[in-house]
Design a protein. Sequence first.
Length: 240
Amino acid sequence: MTSPTPPAASATGLSALLVRDRELRAAAHASPAFARHVDALRGWQAARLERTYADLAARPRYSAAIAFFLEELYGAHDVSPRDHDLARASHLLERALPANALHALERAIALEILSQEFDLAMARVLPVGRAVTAPAYADAYRAVGRRADRERQIEALVGLGAYLDTLVRKPGLGLLVRLARRPAHAAGFAALHDFLERGFEAFGRMNGADAFLGTIRARETLLLERLFGGDPDPFVRGPR
């Protein structure tokens, strides 16, 4: 599995993504009750993902990558400290980061934006104040629709993973990220740097991510097909 050579990354492009990211975060906190509702939805999704990928998380080769995906890219982990760092540093990143690392950040934020859009749409369909259940989640998923965008979300996740996999193979790039740890922390950008370093370490440990990413694509696509197909209990068997 390969990732195409990216276009030149830019701090301007990152800044525009961060504006949209902040808009969505503000919408998710429109009221305390709605914020709790969104958090409950994200918590349910995170638990579902943990069940779906428990077998990979139990394997030393994949455990760090699963944790990185679920906490930083596709789960309920609070990434606002990282995005706060990005907002403060976006005008500096074009000079401070290799273009490949900056592009990885842009792809991660773009994926996060798409996921947030779906979370808000789902939360507006689900009854506020009620526990999220599998049947209610499935009904809301189908009500929101946007199948093509759901498929794009899966491909964006897999594509970002494939891109990170190419980066860890570039001689010296991982070392540059590690060497930036102390100055990044000293400058107040610890969350941003830790995100990058954690991603590099997770994918470096796998020594090839094709099987890992292929499993994610297959399981998430199967679940998508079950949900849109009206399966009365799409989660009971768990995609494998």
